[in-house]
Design a protein around this ligand. Sequence first.
Ligand SMILES: Cc1cc2nc3c(=O)[nH]c(=O)nc-3n(C[C@H](O)[C@H](O)[C@H](O)COP(=O)(O)OP(=O)(O)OC[C@H]3O[C@@H](n4cnc5c(N)ncnc54)[C@H](O)[C@@H]3O)c2cc1C
Ligand SMILES: NC(=O)c1ccc[n+]([C@@H]2O[C@H](COP(=O)([O-])OP(=O)(O)OC[C@H]3O[C@@H](n4cnc5c(N)ncnc54)[C@H](O)[C@@H]3O)[C@@H](O)[C@H]2O)c1
Length: 504
Amino acid sequence: MRRHRACGTIPVAALPGPWSDGLMSQQPPPTALSDPAIEDIELLVVGGGKAGKTLAMEWANAGRRVAMIERGWIGGTCINVACIPTKTLVTSARALRMARRARELGFVVGQLPGDPLAGDVAVDIDLLRAHKEGVVGEMVASQRSLFLASGMDLVIGEAVFVAPRTVRVTADDGSRRTLRGEQVVINTGARPLVPDLDGLTDVPYLTSETLLELRTIPRSLVVLGGGVVSTELAQMFAVFGSSVTVIERGPHLLSRLDPAVSDAVADALRADGVDVRLSAPAHSVARAHWPGGEGVVVHLADGSQITADALLVATGRTPATATLDLPSAGVDVTDRGFVATDEFLRTTAPGTWAAGDVAGTPQFTHASYDDYRVLRANLAGGSVSTAGRVIPSAVFIDPELAMIGLSQVQAEAAGYTVKVARMPVAKIPRAHTLRATAGLWSAVVDADTNLLLGVTLMGAEASESLTSAQMVMSAGLPYTALRDAIIIHPTMTEGFTLLFAGID
Ligand SMILES: Cc1cc2nc3c(=O)[nH]c(=O)nc-3n(C[C@H](O)[C@H](O)[C@H](O)COP(=O)(O)OP(=O)(O)OC[C@H]3O[C@@H](n4cnc5c(N)ncnc54)[C@H](O)[C@@H]3O)c2cc1C
Ligand SMILES: NC(=O)c1ccc[n+]([C@@H]2O[C@H](COP(=O)([O-])OP(=O)(O)OC[C@H]3O[C@@H](n4cnc5c(N)ncnc54)[C@H](O)[C@@H]3O)[C@@H](O)[C@H]2O)c1
């Protein structure tokens, strides 16, 4: 039988956002257990990220006593302020780019009088935001329904450890509960990292979270950092009409890629008008004023400066542990502030586990979901390890970039003798029908075994095509399995038959 633990002390009216109605009113009043101040449960999930919420729902659906504490984002970071809103906006940017190429594609769009942009079409920021909020709102509502239907106790508030496996939650109205789990999972994610840069705290700056709330498209935007968040948002805002400059302190965008691929990413951004400055460490930031306006000026170490209406800080993410009081839980952190876990996702405190970004898992939602699979097994007494996981990823720029496994540089450094397949995307028939012939596919093959070591696809629909290579890799099949497969024509995935033709 499902059992609910109460959160009646947190008034529904205190809850933010569209999920505030009816959430707590379905819960019975608090029941004293072994200690009147402490509510004992089987599973306590701290932070409703991908791994934790999935496990919480599963256990609650099985009739187990589960509480999940979430400070406000029902469904976690990904749905509220990261993957889902940004990819929704990427879709708009892509459609806008296509609309600007209307004549090439055989149609015309109406002329908008007074349009400040060069093309026939322009962004309506209110419509754009409504579109994004519609997608996010539907997903949040769906998550809320699933959480409540599972029978879990969804506790809205800020969690702080007060003892091992014991958390105090404070709601917006100041009311408190104390919950103790037989098992505890910490899944609080990460937040934008704000670097220690001279002047930064004195200027208005945006992060990936606040950028999504803008009421206007800034005429000019300077982006600090040249990683994944930066490249996706910089290109998108350039397409929306901003004059965008990216400042990266290192010699390449997306520094973990082979330089040739990083260069191709920089070219793709430049093709949309982004000014990409590499090896350009920022020295300081200050407010800038000009007749009729104000913004920010970024001074670079080489003495040059960039002035813009708005500044986006995209210099990485930091684990969300600062307010958790982990020492009270007996949970150690690493020197970079992540919750220290072993390969089974156990923390240093008995019965306490961690997953997702906060645990130092590669920062992708699908990686956190894999942590759920690890936890699911290990909380049931198993010993599933996170060691050796091969995690694919994609950067949703145009053209898309998707990768898995080793790059050529990494494979050679690891001592493999490799065969490398490379092909311009223009060789794939489907790319022509999509009018999207930009990009390059490459794959690294172990010359001794013919096994795939890594694949990097830059081109239309790369994030979809990559999964075929991932399946071949995980099945331990040679690259010839893809080369000789009968693949639907014309699709982008068909490109594998061409990529691998003639690499012997
Ligand atoms: C702009 C952007 C775009 C991204 N796009 C993608 C993408 O396309 N694909 C992809 O795979 N990944 C993407 N990511 C990364 C992805 O969002 C994260 O890796 C993923 O959300 C991590 O999930 P998680 O399980 O660690 O927890 P999260 O989803 O981060 O959830 C943690 C939850 O814990 C809550 N919380 C934190 N502290 C407390 C506390 N003290 N008490 C109560 N609750 C707390 C937070 O409110 C949050 O809801 C993107 C990230 C950003 C910033
Ligand atoms: N499509 C996706 O899956 C997706 C999208 C966005 C984010 N994410 C996840 O979020 C994580 C964080 O992304 P991110 O882009 O914030 O971090 P990142 O680590 O990918 O990139 C940060 C960049 O900022 C640069 N930098 C740092 N300090 C700087 C400074 N003072 N001046 C100039 N440059 C500076 C770094 O050299 C680095 O290149 C990613 O690693 C990724 O795992 C994933």
